[in-house]
Write a protein that binds this ligand. Sequence first.
Ligand code: NAD
Length: 322
Amino acid sequence: MLNGSRVVVTGGAGFLGSHVCEALVEAGADVVCLDNYVTSTPANLDRLREGTGFTFVRCDVSDAVAVDGAVDLVLHLASPASPADYLRLPLETMRAGSAGTTHALELARAKGARFLLASTSEVYGDPLCHPQPEEYWGNVNPIGPRAVYDESKRFSETLTSAYRSEHGVDTAIVRIFNSYGERMRAHDGRAVPTFIRQALAGEPITVAGDGSQTRTLCHVTDTVRGLLAMAQSEHAGPVNIGGTHEVTVLELAERIRAISGSRSPIRFVELPENDPRLRRPDLSRAVRLLGWQPRVRLADGLAQTVRWFADHGIDGVPTGQT
Ligand code: NAD
C-alpha cells in the first residue's frame, strides 16, 4: 500500500520522524516532510536528501500546512516531545497540539487522505492502572508542568475523533510509549540519551528519585513498524505501541553503565513534579488488530544505541532531567 503512495510527515526531521521517513522511502513512498527544526537538526535528514522520493519543506505547522498535489496519507508527528523541550516550549507545544493538529487534519480532509496522530502514553498521566490498556482514561493534572504536553495530546485525540465523526476523515490514533535509539539528542533530557551521555563522559549518572519508577522501552525500529502497520490498517484506534520489557529507571542506568563499560557513579537527584511512577503498555490490541509486537531485545537495542552515541560523539554537559 505504501509503494507509490504520497505521504506527508509533519515533524519528519525529528527522532521518530526521520526514521519514519526513511522507512517510507524504502517502502517506495513519495515523502513530503514538514518541519521547523524546533527540536531537531537538519543532519537527521542527510541520508534522505541523498536519494529520491523525499522533499523537505521548512514550515511551522501551527501557522499553516499546505501541500500541492495528491496526498494519500498524513502522519502527524510535529510536537516537542521530550520533557526538557516541552517545559522550555510550553506554548509552542500547545499550539502544535491544537492549531498544528487542526491544520494537519484539514490537509487530510482536503486531500481525502488517511490521517494518523502520533499520540503518547502521557495521555495516561501518572496511571492508576497497570499495565495501561487503551480503555484507561488516564490521571493527568491539567495545571501541572507536564500538562502542556499531556493535555495537548489529549486535545489532539479529541480533535482527531471529532474530524472522524463530523467530517468523515479516515483517522487513526497511536499512543506511543517511550521509544529510544539512534538520533536521539544527547541533551533532550530523556533517560536513555542522558544516561548514555553521562556514562560515556565518565560523569555521574543522574537517576531521579530513588529510581524505582518504571519505564518500558521500545526500540525506534519497532515503533516505526507499529506506526506504519497502523497507518496501513483500517483501524481508528487508539492503539498502544510500546515495549514489553519493563525496567526501573535505576536498572536502566545500571544496564547502560555496564554496556558502556563506564565507571560513572550513580547520583540520585530530585524527582520531577508529576513524574509517572509506572509505565507499561497493554499491547493486546496492537497484537490482535495489527499483528504487531516489538522484536528488538532491550539489551541489543541499548547496545546499538550506545554504539551510535559513541560513534557520533557527545559533549558531556550534565543534566538532572530524566
Ligand atoms: P522530536 O522532538 O525528535 O521530533 C519532533 C519533530 O517535530 C521535530 O523535528 C520538531 O522540529 C518538529 N516540530 C515540533 N513542532 C513543530 C511545528 N510547530 N512545526 C513543524 N515542526 C515541528 O520528538 P520525537 O521523539 O521524534 O517525537 C515525535 C512524535 O512522536 C511527537 O508527536 C511525540 O509526541 C510522539 N511521541 C514520541 C515518543 C517517543 O518516545 N519518542 C513517545 C510518545 C509520543
